[in-house]
Design a protein around this ligand. Structure first.
Ligand code: NDP
Length: 281
């Protein structure tokens, strides 16, 4: 749906006024805020976009698949929310920077109240048979793109913390249990997610007094498209590993992120690990 200020053919904006959808019952604590979510075309990012929009945030959804983003934006608008789709490959630093700038100005606020750095890929397998291209891909997406988005968004987040409606801003980085526990075969995925954890904690300390909350979420196994990119034998091993475990839904992690970003100004959920109940490691 194109309704309002479409900036180019990869941009779709759709807004609707009035309080409706699930947000009315949940309480619209994010009214007047801009929330940017990378990797919003599927899985955790898509569910988080819906959840924050239902709480009243104007959502900027970033990913490569424009058709999926457009469908999400339409759905949010139909539920009485406000959203903008920005089709972008976040490993393209210039395009990502441009998308963050567009997002900051999209709803007339000139600030970003919430950034959820969620886009990621998990290419598991033994190091001995790994492709260097896969390793670079994980570093480029899980780590470098997250750093680029953060760097571009920082001035806008700090402005939101100073003068936004909540007087606080949120940077939520999506890590993983793999950011806390290294496993055979996770090697570079572990390295990227451990890196996200270290970066987040350092930023948390730097910006605590300025009311920019830096939060880390570390999901266990979630039923998304993440495992679709694995080599068949590795995917098979993953299926065996989680046989008998009821894994999480994307909505379970969206609920946790929604909780993190809707706390009162003086409360920061710095780190949250969420596993399926039956997941051991
Ligand atoms: P999905 O594969 O469903 O979602 C990944 C998202 O990232 C998609 O929206 C995809 O969109 C986007 N993306 C991938 N590459 C790019 C790119 N180059 N530029 C822009 N967007 C990109 O997986 P999840 O929802 O599971 O993954 C989300 C995050 O959660 C990841 O960081 C992952 O590491 C983490 N995580 C997931 C767990 C799980 O078990 N599922 C467990 C722990 C952490 P598109 O293809 O349209 O660009």
């Amino acid at each position: 749906m194109t309704d309002g200020a479409a900036n180019d053919d990869s941009t779709t904006q759709s807004t609707a006024t009035g309080i409706g959808g699930t947000g009315a019952s949940a309480g619209r604590r994010l009214e007047g805020t801009t929330a940017v979510i990378t990797g919003a075309s599927s899985g955790i990012g898509e569910a988080t976009a819906r959840a924050l929009a239902a709480r009243g945030a104007s959502v900027v959804a970033i990913a490569r698949r424009a058709d999926r983003l457009d469908a999400l934006v339409k759905e949010i608008a139909a539920d009485g929310g406000s959203a903008l789709a920005l089709a972008a490959d976040v490993t393209d630093a210039d395009r990502l920077h441009e998308a963050i700038e567009t997002a900051a100005g999209a709803f007339g606020h000139d600030r970003i109240d919430i950034l959820v750095n969620n886009a990621g890929i998990m290419l598991l397998g033994p190091a001995a048979t790994a492709s260097l291209e896969d390793w670079r891909h994980m570093v480029d997406l899980n780590l470098t793109a997250l750093l680029t988005a953060t760097h571009a968004a920082l001035p806008h987040l700090l402005r939101a913390a100073e003068s936004g409606p909540r007087q606080v801003a949120d940077l939520v980085n999506v890590s993983s249990i793999a950011g806390r526990v290294a496993r055979l075969g996770s090697n570079v995925y572990n390295a990227t997610k451990f890196g996200v954890g270290a970066f987040s904690e350092s930023l948390r300390q730097e910006f605590a007094s300025r009311h920019l909350r830096v939060s880390l979420i570390e999901p266990g196994a979630v039923d998304t498209e993440l495992r679709d990119h694995l080599r068949p034998e590795i995917r098979q091993a993953q299926t065996q590993r989680f046989a008998g475990v009821k894994v999480l839904e994307a909505q379970d992690i969206a609920d946790a992120i929604e909780y993190m970003v809707t706390r009162p100004r003086h409360v920061a959920i710095n780190e949250l690990m969420v596993r399926p109940t039956a997941q051991e490691g």
